[in-house]
Structure formats: structure tokens, C-alpha cells
Design a protein around this ligand. Structure first.
Ligand code: MLT
Length: 206
């Protein structure tokens, strides 16, 4: 069952059915919506609460979490503004639904905004699984991510995320103190069964 209160983002909320599982913040890719990742979330951590907002920016009618100038070139002012907005929504939803700080599970544009939230508002997230993420901010503020678990899964032949960019993101987050695991799979931008299996195993050991 999903419930939805009137909060600052259109979203779905599914309460936990198993105590002790970490709440998940599900962040869709470009053109997705709040329903997209609910079944992925259920596969990754059955019984976890799920909070799934819809990105507020529209690109040719497709929801996203921040504006870009073109593929791979981000409007960083908007990234900052939207990451702060999303962090405020997380705080609002935590209070309304009585949630612990969530683990973000983001795909593509959703992974990029999750990375920006980690860098700008680290207190908002308990950790993050970033699937096909890239560096969201060229010059991020010094964040204290001490010990925060972060999983980055990249595709070796991803046409959208250059391999060195994903590596740079891992280096930046590690440098800020996060406990980063970076896996590179022999695949492209789309998610594979291996992404699901690795992310599930990573969440299970948190
Ligand atoms: C982005 O714009 O965040 C990335 O290029 C990924 C995408 O959404 O295509």
C-alpha cells in the first residue's frame, strides 16, 4: 500500500513492513516518475519504507531532478538549488512519516542529484547507492561524509557517463570521508540483474 501526504514534492510513500530495514529514498532517471523505482526498491530491500519523489524539472515534458544545458553538462546553480530543495523535502517527509535518515537509491539523473545532496546536505542521507552516476558539481563544498556508506555502480561501456568521470566521483566522495565501494560492470547505461544483486547485497550488509 502506498500513502501520499501533501508535501513539497509529488511522491509516493510506502511504509515499512519490517522493522529494522533502512528506509529507501528512490530517485528516478530522466523521464521517470515517482512510480518507476518502487518495484526495484521492493526487490532491493523487501520490507523497507520507500519514499519516492518526482523530479520537479521538466525537459521536453520529461521529469528530472535538475536542469542541464545538454547531456552531461549541468546547470550547477540549479543543481545546488534543487539538491537543497530535495534535502528539505527529505526532512519534511521524515517528520511527517516518522522516518530515519534514508539510504538513497538513485539511477542516472536520480543518482546525480543524490551525489549532490551528499555533497551539499550530507545530514539528509544515511548513505547512497548511485547507479550510473557522474560528478554533479565541478567544485563542491568540503562536505563531511565521515563513514557514510556509498555504493557506485558504473557501466564500462556507458555512452552517457565517461569512465573517468565516475572514477572522479568515487575519488571526491572518498576524499570527503565516505566509505565508497565502486564497481564497474561490463554493461552500458541501463541497469542489469547484476546491479540489482550487488545493490541488494550492499543494502543487506548495512
Ligand atoms: C543527467 O543529466 O543527470 C545525466 O546526463 C544522466 C541522464 O539523466 O541522462
Amino acid at each position: 500500500m502506498t500513502t501520499t501526504l501533501e508535501l513539497s514534492f509529488i511522491h509516493r510513500f510506502k511504509p515499512a513492513s519490517e522493522p529494522g530495514r533502512p528506509p529507501l529514498l528512490l530517485l528516478h532517471g530522466t523521464g521517470g516518475n515517482e512510480d518507476d523505482l518502487l518495484s526495484l526498491g521492493q526487490m532491493l530491500s523487501p520490507g523497507s519504507a520507500q519514499l519516492s519523489p518526482r523530479g520537479k524539472v521538466l525537459e521536453g515534458g520529461m521529469p528530472r531532478f535538475f536542469r542541464r544545458l545538454r547531456e552531461g553538462i549541468f546547470d550547477e546553480e540549479d543543481v545546488r538549488r534543487r539538491a537543497n530543495e530535495l534535502a528539505d523535502f527529505i526532512a519534511e517527509a521524515r517528520e511527517s512519516y516518522g522516518l530515519a535518515a534514508p539510504i538513497a537509491v538513485g539511477f542516472s539523473n536520480g543518482a546525480n542529484i543524490a551525489a549532490a545532496v551528499l555533497q551539499l546536505r550530507p545530514e539528509a542521507l544515511a548513505g547512497a547507492a548511485l547507479l550510473r552516476a557522474m560528478v554533479p558539481l565541478v567544485d563542491p563544498p568540503a562536505a563531511d561524509l565521515a563513514g557514510k556508506p556509498v555504493l557506485i555502480i558504473s557501466g564500462a561501456s556507458d555512452p552517457i557517463v565517461p569512465a573517468d568521470n565516475a572514477k572522479r566521483l568515487a575519488t571526491l566522495l572518498t576524499g570527503a570521508g565516505a566509505n565508497v565501494e565502486h564497481r564497474v560492470l561490463p554493461t552500458g547505461h541501463g541497469l542489469s540483474q547484476t546491479d540489482v544483486a550487488l545493490t541488494k547485497a550492499w543494502i543487506d550488509q548495512l
